[in-house]
Each structure stands twice: as structure tokens, then as C-alpha cells.
Design a protein around this ligand. Sequence first.
Ligand SMILES: Nc1nc2c(ncn2[C@@H]2O[C@H](COP(=O)(O)OP(=O)(O)OP(=O)(O)O)[C@@H](O)[C@H]2O)c(=O)[nH]1
Length: 300
Amino acid sequence: MHSNAQVLVVDSDPLNRVVLENTLSEDCLVALQDNCEDAISFIASHKVDLIITDITLVDAQGVPFIQRLKDHTDTYKIPVIIVSSSNSYSDEVKGLQMGAVDYITKPFSPLIVRARVRIHLVLKQKSDLLEELASIDGLTELPNRRLFDKHLAQQWQACHSQGKTLGIVLVDIDYFKAYNDVYGYGAGDECLIKVARSLKETVDAQQGFIARFDGVRFAVVLAGCSIEQVEALSHLMHDAIDKLLLPHKSSPICAHVSISTGMVLVEKEFSFGVAKCLQYADNALMQAHVNQERMVLLMR
Ligand SMILES: Nc1nc2c(ncn2[C@@H]2O[C@H](COP(=O)(O)OP(=O)(O)OP(=O)(O)O)[C@@H](O)[C@H]2O)c(=O)[nH]1
């Protein structure tokens, strides 16, 4: 367990807060809040690994704090341990049914609280790691298609509601089958890793998001950008790959590994939906590949 794991204690009783802080501060970072609303604001701006609270805590509308955490997509994964003065069986059942991972009654033994917090922090770290591994492409270490789809859906929603544009760029490595045939699949893998790294550096510098889309294709999301910015990003990616000078003697168009890019900029027309937009980007990519030029489609 990392000692910089962050535990948030939310309790209206100052004595309880101090006792829990003293109990846990040797093992992890402890933040204290005395009410639901401040706790929610704290969680919105800090990474919180575990929450300790009382089952009786409610928000301004009377909704139980735990319920509120479990109902919200940003907070439902944070494990909650209830520390309560109620030793009633029904409260314990209610707390666990609301989604708490543990229920500890007061007066508690500090050693037991520490041990249980440690167990849940270790479990949380393992589940975070699993989630991270499930979102990363094993070869290139870029976000995988699963994470790309999730990210694109979020950005689509956000750009639509905030009146922002959304750029999508699909990138394909040209004649990669021929590359594998000549240099071997292992060399193909190494080439893919180098291309991915270079594209990532370029896209990161423009605050974009890049993922491995499928096979030897990558996809970029650029929120709130102009058509000039999408085109500029495409130029930068082409230049970055050209500069790698990775020999590709079986390519009919270039002595080195090259890429094609197809772009879509959604200005206002979000009603098409994500799938259609990706299909347009794919069409633009195919045309770019055939005509050896950079294609941008505008969805106005
Ligand atoms: N080495 C390696 N090759 C891969 C990997 N994933 C896909 N490929 C290969 O990449 C090639 C991609 O081929 P295509 O996209 O169909 O076609 P292409 O040869 O690139 O031709 P164009 O698309 O016309 O440029 C296929 O032969 C795949 O087997 C990978 O992870 N490693």
C-alpha cells in the first residue's frame, strides 16, 4: 500500500474526526470534512482513495451521503467504510446495501480500524491497476480502443453541451502489411511502438488525446479546436513520422514509413452521433490514402 493514499474522513463530530486522523495518519494521508457538501467539493478536486463516514450523514436535501456517492459516476468507485455508533443490525445491513465496503461500530479499536482501512486501500489500488491495464494497449502503451470510445463519448457530450467544436483524426501507417512481409512481424511491432511514441508526443503537445484505434491505426480527439488547428496537428504528425526516417523499402510511395490521416471537425452537427462521425473519419482516411493528401471533412 502506498503511504500517499488519501483517506477522507467525513464526520460532523470534531472528536471523531481527530480520533480517526490520529488512528490513520501513520499509514496514509488523511483529510477531514464535517459535512456532505464540502466533502463532495473536496472529492471533485482531489484524488480520494477511501472515505470513512457515518451512516447518518445526509446532504442538504436529506439524501444519505453514501447514497449520493454511489449514485454519481465520478464517486461510485470510491470505497466507503462506515464508522458508526449504531450497532443495530438493520443499520449495518442498510449501510452495506447502500454500497459501503465495511461497517465498524464505535467504540472501535484503532488497530482494527487501521487494519481494515489497509485492506480496503490495497484492494482499491489493485482494482485501479486492473482498470488501468484494461484501458492500455499492451504493445504501444497508448490508451486502447475501449478507453478511446469512453473518452470520445465523454468529449462528444461535453463539446455538444458547451457549444465547442470536436476534431477527430484517424491515422494509418501506410503499407504495413508489406512492411511486415519484408522486415518481419517483430520488426513491425518495434516500428509500431516508435510510431506510437512519436504520435503521442506530438498530440500531447497540442493537448489532444491519442489511442490505438485498431491494427495499425490510431485515433486522436481534439476538443474545442478550429479547422486550422486540426490541419496543423495532422501536419505535425506527418512531419514527426517523416523525421523518424524508418526505412520501408517495400512502400510504393516513400522510402520511409509514412502515415495517412483522415480528419473530421464537428462544428455544430452533433446529431450525427459518434459512430457516424467515426465512419466519416474512416472515409476521409481512405480518400487521403488513395489520393496521398490530407483530408478534412466538416460537419457543420
Ligand atoms: N507487426 C504488427 N503488425 C500488425 C499489428 N496489427 C496489425 N498488423 C498488421 O498490419 C497490417 C495492416 O494492413 P492493412 O491496414 O490491411 O493494409 P496495409 O498493408 O497497411 O495497406 P494500406 O492500408 O493500403 O496502406 C496487417 O498485415 C496486419 O497484420 C501489430 O500489432 N504488429
